[in-house]
Design a protein around this ligand. Structure first.
Ligand SMILES: *[C@@H]1O[C@H](CO)[C@@H](O)[C@H](O)[C@H]1NC(C)=O
Ligand SMILES: *[C@@H]1O[C@H](CO)[C@@H](O)[C@H](O)[C@H]1NC(C)=O
Length: 400
């Protein structure tokens, strides 16, 4: 654990150093005695927990912090990555903001990656940072069940109590990966060109390099493509990171030279692995509005699409402009989250009033109180699971 930990701004350490001061100051603010945090329980008899990996770049500190507050729960684990284009000062600022939240300080379950990586939008460094994040979170926390990828431009449409409640009835080996084996225009546009990502070998940021030659579509394995925003089971990630089967490594080497490899790597690994293929649910539980044909990024969402967004039954939506008013609407109507406060859940035991953060005090963190949006998410998950049961929409290649 030592090596990895050294590179994180480990919030526990920071908390310990500043403990005396923070402890005293919090007591002078909250005169009622604060109950000690009860134990965090994981395992099959308890609600599932999530490991969130949030990525952003230069200038995304505040967005990442706001997103963290909106998806916070003491039973989860969080890893925040500000790419190497952001300054160390911004990274330290993010760590300081995180540690300023009483619950996060006490539970010590959020970390900021200290030695960041370059992330090239079109390149394979995206897959590398995701695998690295999964490896770090596996080492730091044995309790989580699903790994969720988010970016600074995303926001939740559900509370964490909603999410954990709905996933309580989902088999914990299932993976939510929106995918297709029908490559269409992507075959010649994404898979046949050979690209090289300088983020993997140059110390400064630059554009991907594209070879003039193209290569054949592989026939040793089948290619799948889809949404880069995934919810992966712990067991599937163990297979990708530590498995004795060579498939995940073979595909990683192939995808090193594929444009937007994050839209195909996990999809292709899972659909080519007989022991995991059946665990693929074809959906990403995200709300996005795309052009037809799609541009590089989905539309920016705003208050005019609020209604259809919350009706969609998605767990998360993207993308949003920084501090767009629609985020305040989500905070108020769905999350019931005060400014600079974490999203309240059944674990929060503080009084609800305009000057007190209800989550600055807590009781049992292993109980849930789903809210109004849980029903919507439950419906959309149930549609996806019906689809999964029928196996008609799973790892299918064109012509099958
Ligand atoms: C996956 O599903 C197929 C079709 O129902 C079945 O034949 C196969 O045995 C399953 N594989 C595993 C590993 O469960
Ligand atoms: C709001 O978002 C929708 C969907 O992205 C877009 O079509 C519309 O033009 C936006 N409206 C404003 C006022 O920005």
């Amino acid at each position: 654990m030592g090596v990895e930990r050294k590179w994180l701004f480990t919030l526990f350490t920071v908390a310990f150093l500043s403990l005396t001061f923070l402890f005293l100051s919090s007591f002078s603010i909250f005169t009622s005695s604060k109950p000690l945090p009860s134990f965090v329980h994981h395992g099959s008899h308890y609600p599932p927990a999530f490991a969130y990996f949030i990525t952003g770049g230069n200038g995304d500190k505040n967005r990442i912090f706001r997103l963290l507050l909106a998806i916070y729960h003491p039973r989860n684990r969080y890893l925040l990555h500000l790419g190497m284009d952001a300054s160390d000062k911004e990274r330290q600022g993010l760590a300081a903001a995180v540690i300023s939240v009483p619950a996060i300080r006490a539970f010590g379950n959020a970390d900021v990656v200290g030695n960041a990586d370059y992330v090239t939008h079109l390149g394979s460094s995206n897959v590398a940072i995701t695998l690295r994040a999964a490896a770090i979170m596996m080492k730091l926390d044995s309790g989580w069940n699903w790994f969720v990828t988010l970016s600074a431009r995303d926001y939740p449409l559900i509370t964490q109590d909603d999410l954990s409640h709905v996933f309580s009835t989902v088999r914990r080996d299932l993976n939510f990966i929106e995918h297709t084996g029908d490559l269409g225009w992507k075959e010649s546009d994404r898979f046949q060109p050979i690209v090289v990502d300088p983020g993997t070998y140059l110390a400064r940021r630059s554009q991907i390099f594209q070879a003039t030659q193209k290569r054949k579509t592989p026939d040793a394995f089948k290619l799948f493509t889809g949404s880069q925003w995934v919810i992966l089971s712990r067991s599937f990630l163990e297979f990708c990171l530590f498995g004795w089967d060579n498939l995940p490594r073979k595909l990683l080497m192939y995808f090193t030279n594929v444009k937007l490899s994050q839209e195909g790597y996990f999809h292709s690994v899972i659909c080519n692995a007989p022991e995991f293929k059946n665990t693929t649910v074809n959906g990403d539980l995200r709300y996005m509005i795309w052009d037809n044909p799609p541009q590089m990024e989905p539309h920016a969402l705003n208050v005019s699409v609020y209604g259809q967004m919350v009706e969609s039954g998605a767990a998360f939506a993207r993308q949003f402009d920084a501090d767009d008013p629609v985020l305040d609407m989500i905070d108020k109507k769905i999350l019931q989250r005060g400014r600079n406060q974490v999203v309240p859940g059944a674990w929060c035991s503080g009084q609800r009033s305009w000057w007190v953060d209800p989550c600055s005090q807590w009781g049992d963190v292993n109980i849930l109180k789903p809210g109004s949006q849980a029903k919507k998410l439950e419906e959309s998950v149930s549609v996806l699971l019906d689809d999964w049961n029928s196996q008609t929409n799973q790892c299918q290649t064109s012509g099958e």
